[in-house]
Design a protein around this ligand. Structure first.
Ligand SMILES: NC(=O)c1ccc[n+]([C@@H]2O[C@H](COP(=O)([O-])OP(=O)(O)OC[C@H]3O[C@@H](n4cnc5c(N)ncnc54)[C@H](O)[C@@H]3O)[C@@H](O)[C@H]2O)c1
Length: 369
């Protein structure tokens, strides 16, 4: 996609010399995104420091799919980030996904979390600003920027919390209420992304993502709960349910998210400055207890589990109201919760070797740097 120098408007002609940068491109969402871009014949630069266990496996898989430029760079390093971004003349879009992803890890080392998420994002924005270009910048923010949501009316049902006041989920007008170091660092990044659109005219879009699931997600106890429970079920591990297990999330299949990324890039200027809540929405929700029961059906035996205190910053309920996305860009999720769980279970079964041995030594926590 090129921009007219006169109008600044996107022109929908794709050119193979245009480049898309994916930070965190060796992670779960990143590798699925890069795979799609390669399949579409796009030029891609992946920036990743490979700190996430399993990211090297994703990178090798991507390298088997096609050619792309890989830069092993830690976004906390401003100069290295600027070099990886390059001069920007050929830059169509930046999909910024890299960062520290677990609330628990952020509580252990808030500084490392801040540096990866807030400083790392500022470094990406500054590197892009220095190019003088105007690539579309998509940022993977999080529902955690809305805090504990204690003000949302909830009713306790047998297996889940339900919101009577927000049957369609939470929309983007909900007040920001950063909670936990991760909530603060992602929230700061979310606001920097938004404000670079206002101050410097960069076409930025903030996506406040709910729970994403899909292949190449090496969930751990601290993050990626659906994948973590399924991996534990496959490996016969006991899991801990923090809280009463009635916490509810909406689930989004990663390919639906990648569809959205591509749609937003194609719309460029039209969606510049927008903020969207992104998830499976009110029709695709699940509680932990409900996942346990689905797993029992899948494997024909219950998953061994115990209960522990609720975790800091854990929302009892979050469901994204995706009405705005549907209205503005015509995007809707496709896979149902059951289809998504079956598909991920199938992927894990087909890639059992990776799960059993490939990420051996996978710690219970994401690494704190
Ligand atoms: N997965 C979800 O359900 C979800 C939900 C909401 C928001 N998000 C956001 O989406 C993004 C991607 O999430 P994911 O699930 O793919 O996580 P992931 O951990 O699989 O991917 C993140 C990638 O970033 C890399 N990375 C981490 N710190 C880095 C640094 N300092 N410099 C360079 N690379 C670094 C990691 O090696 C990893 O490959 C994250 O920003 C996350 O906060 C994810």
């Amino acid at each position: 996609m090129r921009r007219s120098p006169q109008t600044g408007q996107s022109q929908m002609t794709q050119s193979s010399d245009q480049r898309i940068i994916v930070t965190g491109g060796a992670g779960f969402i990143g590798s699925n995104t890069v795979a799609r871009l390669l399949a579409e014949g796009r030029r891609v630069t992946v920036i990743d420091d490979l700190s996430r266990p399993g990211s090297e496996i994703n990178l090798q898989w991507l390298q088997s799919l096609g050619d792309f430029d890989f830069r092993r760079v830690d976004l906390r390093d401003a100069d290295a980030t600027a070099r990886a971004v390059g001069d920007g003349a050929d830059l169509e879009a930046v999909i910024h996904l890299a960062g520290q992803v677990a609330v628990t890890t952020s509580l252990v080392d808030p500084r490392a979390d801040f540096e990866a998420n807030a400083l790392g994002t500022l470094n990406v924005l500054e590197a892009v600003r220095a190019t003088g270009g105007r690539p579309v910048i998509l940022f993977a923010s999080t529902n955690k920027v809305y805090g504990g949501l204690e003000w949302v009316d909830l009713t306790e049902r047998e297996t889940r919390w339900e919101s009577t006041s927000h049957p369609r989920g939470l929309d983007e007008s909900a007040p920001l209420d950063f909670h936990s170091p991760y909530g603060c660092s992602k929230g700061a990044a979310d606001q920097y992304i938004r404000d670079y659109g206002r101050c410097y005219g960069l076409p930025t879009v903030v996506l406040r993502q709910s729970c994403i699931m899909g292949p190449r997600q090496f969930g751990v106890e601290d993050q990626g709960w659906v994948a973590w429970f399924l991996i534990a079920a496959m490996r016969g591990h006991r899991v801990t349910v923090f809280g009463d297990g009635k916490q509810v999330r909406d689930l989004l299949w990663v390919e639906d998210l990648v569809d959205l990324y591509l749609r937003l890039i194609a719309r460029g200027e039209e969606v510049a400055g927008e903020i969207f809540n992104v998830g499976g929405g009110a029709e695709r929700t699940l509680s932990l207890l409900e996942l346990l029961s689905k797993i029992e059906t899948l494997r024909g035996a219950p998953l061994d589990h115990g209960f522990s205190e609720p975790r800091t910053g854990d929302q009892r309920w979050f469901v994204a109201d995706t009405t705005r996305l549907a209205e503005r860009v015509g995007w809707r999720p496709t896979r149902t919760v059951d289809e998504a769980i079956d598909a991920l279970w199938g992927w894990l079964r087909d890639h059992r070797q990776i799960i059993e041995t490939g990420i051996d030594g996978l710690p219970s926590r994401s690494r704190v740097r």
